[in-house]
Design a protein around this ligand. Structure first.
Ligand code: BEZ
Ligand code: MG
Length: 575
């Protein structure tokens, strides 16, 4: 490759990354209870909703319709891969700009003018775009009204509140209007047929990503499964676990998913991956039949008469029984959660309170909290939260990759402390048991093309799209005291990824310091709005340096120490 080709390739890669950040939907500000969404927010939301096929209302995704209308579907084959990629990126931007314009038009003038405009601009027939605009009209009118306060008051009076599904708005716009009594899901319906179809490509991409980086498939993976996520997606995470094991769900005469059937190896065309599943307390409570299904899937796969190099579950179970004088039932345990009645890993609390010396302690805490086995033994007796620390240690000791599915744009890995407590916690526990850090991946199934990213890539993307993005933090700062707490929360959650997985680049802390602390005007705003959170943020940066996660010049540290001193004076009323 010539130097100029190389330069073009790099510029293009950068450009693609910039587009990825730009096109990421981020929440600007917090939801205010009782307040309908504003027009600007609504365009972004509608755009996201319109980017998926909506078979239930006969609507096709706008990006596909427009690309077809403009004749961009089958991009011209070119001998030059740069030129082709550049054309693709440009096409994507053109389509994106047309969608934004059409939706603005729709919000200002209504559906018919927008339908006409789209026909003239992108040759999308009126009958093709109308079903989507109809759906958007419905969504938009619901977003423009809000009954939350009225519903709350009626609920407090003990009146009847209409039920509505609990889901992500993009996944299922029927969650609107809000202010209803959220109902969950029938666990026997999980995974839905759609979730199982969607999960195949995610599981394949996940395994291909690992293979590209390590030259072979992972033999064992640790998965985190949450309750609310599997409600929202009707079991995408569950379905991904089934695909990794190489089984499909089987429904009984009442259409309940109560069994699994192995997918033949000839069809699967890869080994069955061993999976150890740490499920949240909420998942355990809501998805009891699903816990049984996952346990059954492992036991079925472990007992298939297949070569060990194509069935890692069987291979590991056999090895454990032979080498460790372990009962078959114990060797097949793969579903773990908290003790009955307990929730969470507490790793987040330990990190937030700085109450730890060695990183190992964080992984140990995860295991202590999550080492309770669930399922059914070979004679059919229920195992309901039996302490099985040795079984979890053994299973984690074989893990080469850890993974969690992310299915919503609203909550990412630095928005809440739960991602690092779970995925970070299990990864740290694996590091100790296996003797090396696992590869850590997250999927992003919220966009049209589900993507697999490494943890490090995800931390960078979230940081650029949110924490360091003026659109995001200015949106937060409009909420005053609470907004500063959100910014500080993001910094602490980012720090959580250093503590549990060493996944945060130095530049991230440097830019956080520059943006929020070393910029005098910004620091002044933060300390006026919420000196407690401003103090906590600076303290966390110093902790990041103190624990070896942030390599930074001494002069910056001196500045931070001066600032923390003055914040302490302010909090104590000295200044
Ligand atoms: C869950 O839905 O399972 C969950 C929610 C919040 C934190 C952890 C787990
Ligand atoms: Mg580092």
């Amino acid at each position: 490759m010539t130097a100029s080709d190389e330069r073009d390739r790099r510029v293009l890669d950068l450009y693609e990354q910039l587009l990825e950040i730009e096109q990421r939907l981020i929440p600007t500000g917090l939801h205010v209870f009782g307040r309908p969404s504003q027009t600007g927010e609504r365009v972004d939301m509608l755009k996201m909703i319109a980017s998926f096929d909506r078979a239930d209302v006969g609507a096709r995704a706008f990006p596909d319709l427009i690309a077809e209308g403009l004749g961009l579907t089958h991009s011209q084959v070119s001998n030059n891969p740069h030129a082709q990629k550049e054309t693709e990126l440009r096409d994507r931007q053109t389509v994106d700009a047309i969608i934004s314009e059409a939706l603005n038009n729709f919000l200002v003038n209504g559906p018919e003018p927008a339908i006409d405009w789209l026909e003239q601009t992108a040759n999308v027939g009126a009958e093709q775009s109308r079903p989507m605009f109809k759906l958007l009209e419905n969504v938009s009118s619901h977003l423009g009204t809000n009954n939350e306060i009225d519903s709350l008051l009626r609920a407090l009076r003990g009146d009847y509140i209409e039920p509505g599904p609990g889901a992500d708005i993009v996944q299922n716009p029927a969650i609107l209007p809000t202010g209803r009594n959220t109902h969950a899901i029938n666990p026997y319906a999980v995974p839905s047929a759609i979730a199982f179809v969607r999960a195949e490509s995610v599981a394949t991409s996940l395994l291909e990503r690992y293979r590209a980086e390590h030259g072979r498939y992972p033999r064992s993976m640790a998965l985190v499964l949450w309750g609310l996520d599997n409600i929202k997606t009707q079991g995408e995470g569950v379905a991904q676990a089934l695909w990794l094991l190489g089984v499909r769900p089987v429904r009984d005469a009442l259409n309940r998913v109560t069994n699994v059937a192995p997918i033949p190896l000839a069809e699967l065309q890869r080994p069955r991956i061993d999976v150890v599943m740490t499920v949240s307390g909420i998942f355990r409570d809501l998805f009891s039949p699903t816990v049984q299904l996952l346990d059954k899937a492992v036991r079925v796969v472990a007992q298939l008469d297949e070569p060990p190099e194509m069935n890692y579950v069987r291979r590991h179970v056999m090895e454990q029984v032979e080498n460790e004088n372990c009962e078959l039932d114990e060797a097949m345990i793969r579903v773990f959660s908290n003790a009955p009645g307990n929730y969470g890993t507490n790793v987040n609390f330990m990190v937030m309170d700085s109450q730890w010396e060695r990183e190992d302690t964080l992984g140990d805490l995860f295991v202590t909290r999550k080492c309770f086995a669930y399922g059914r033994d070979s004679s059919g007796r229920a195992i309901e939260g039996i302490e099985a620390r040795r079984a979890l240690d053994r299973a984690l000791g074989r893990v080469e990759a850890t993974y969690q599915n992310i299915d919503t744009f609203e909550i990412g890995i630095t928005d809440v402390d739960h991602y690092f407590e779970y995925l970070g916690g299990v990864s740290k526990a694996v590091e100790k048991q296996a003797g090396s850090r696992p590869a850590i991946y997250l999927s992003d199934t919220l966009s049209r093309d589900a993507q697999i990213r490494s943890l490090e890539e995800t931390v960078r993307l979230e940081t650029r799209a949110k924490t360091l993005n003026p659109k995001w933090y200015e949106g937060m700062l409009q909420h005053g005291f609470r907004g500063v707490a959100e910014i500080e929360g993001h910094v602490t959650n980012t720090f959580g990824w250093s503590a549990t997985a060493d996944a945060v680049d130095d530049w991230i802390y440097t830019e956080v310091a520059r943006t929020f602390v070393l910029d005098e005007e910004m620091l002044e705003r933060l300390r006026n709005l919420n000196p407690h959170s401003a103090h906590a943020l600076v303290r966390r940066l110093l902790e990041a340096h103190g624990r070896g996660y942030w390599d930074v010049e001494a002069s910056v540290l001196d500045q931070l120490r001066d600032i923390i001193g003055s914040l302490e004076d302010q909090l104590e009323g000295v200044a």
